[in-house]
Design a protein around this ligand. Structure first.
Ligand code: URA
Length: 283
């Protein structure tokens, strides 16, 4: 018999090794999500020793917690790209979510600074109020719009038809048959008898209005109160502000791992500001 101490069983060794691994997303994925290029390009940046995590040069395979770890490329914190802007707007009723309106109505881009040119991430109907993200970061916008993410959007909804019954709420939760198919499960609560808080992650045209109409309660007022991690109860209708770095990080973390960005990070995606629209979904 060997007098070497018995090794712990393999499964214990594996569990121990896994526990010692930093958790989170792979660094190259996070870099790609923040616009540094394809994952391959980002792997090259890491291999070249140009990326640090919390002050230490990172090695390939490193995982990071995008919301908490300090990641820098060539000494500059990721995300701090002076050419990119991110505005959170509280869209008032009567303002359209396009860059130019053929009927001469005010548009969301009239409210924010003219330069650099920004586009909206998703849309709100002209008669919907609430939070809308505007940016010139095409890569982040594409990731937010990517169906695999299903970033949550929360709405406060005032409806006609009196008290919404438990049956109607159950239908909204489970999925409502609309002309373009059944809706995905939604989170629904009822702060008041004729007021609903509805959270969806799809982005179909006039979806919340059509869902409520389908259960016999046409919408009289619709306000978007949250986009993924972004909320702001004190932002007045018609006002906007830049995202904070923490909000930007939270948003980036929420969409890390989407499909690789287009080949030129920072390029505008195809939106209504850009006539071959594909990403500006109705949500
Ligand atoms: N759902 C709608 O019906 N309208 C909006 O503007 C947003 C979501």
């Amino acid at each position: 018999m060997s007098d070497r101490p018995a090794e712990p069983p393999l499964w214990e060794q594996v569990a121990e090794r896994n526990a010692a691994l930093p958790r989170g997303e792979r660094l190259q994925k996070v870099l790609a999500a923040t616009g540094y290029g394809s994952r391959r390009v980002c792997e090259e940046l890491i291999s070249a020793g140009r990326v640090t995590v919390n002050g230490e040069v990172a090695v390939l395979g490193r995982r990071v917690d995008a919301a908490n770890d300090r990641v820098e490329v060539d000494g500059a914190p990721i995300g701090v790209r002076p050419d990119l802007v991110y505005y959170l707007l509280n869209k008032p009723v009567g303002v359209v979510t396009t860059s130019r309106d053929t009927h001469g109505r005010p548009t969301v881009v009239d409210i924010v600074p003219r330069e650099p040119r920004v586009f909206s991430v998703g849309r709100l109907d002209v008669d919907t109020e609430g939070l809308l993200l505007l940016t010139n970061d095409g890569d982040l916008a594409n990731r937010i719009a990517h169906p695999s993410h299903g970033i949550d959007k929360e709405y406060l909804v005032e409806v006609r038809g009196g008290r919404v019954s438990p049956g109607a709420i159950r239908r909204l939760r489970d999925g409502v048959e609309l002309e373009d198919g059944i809706t995905a499960p939604a989170r629904v609560s009822q702060p008041d008898p004729a007021v609903l808080r509805i959270t969806i992650h799809e982005g179909r045209n006039r979806q919340v209005r059509r869902m409520c109409e389908a259960v016999g309660h046409p919408v009289t007022r619709l306000v978007r109160t949250r986009i993924g991690p972004l909320t702001d109860r004190s932002l007045q209708p018609g006002s906007w502000r830049e995202l904070t770095i923490d909000e930007w990080r939270a948003l980036t973390a929420a969409v890390a791992g989407a499909a690789d960005p287009p080949s030129h990070p920072g390029d505008a995606p195809t939106t209504s500001a850009n006539p071959t629209a594909t990403i500006e979904r109705r949500d």
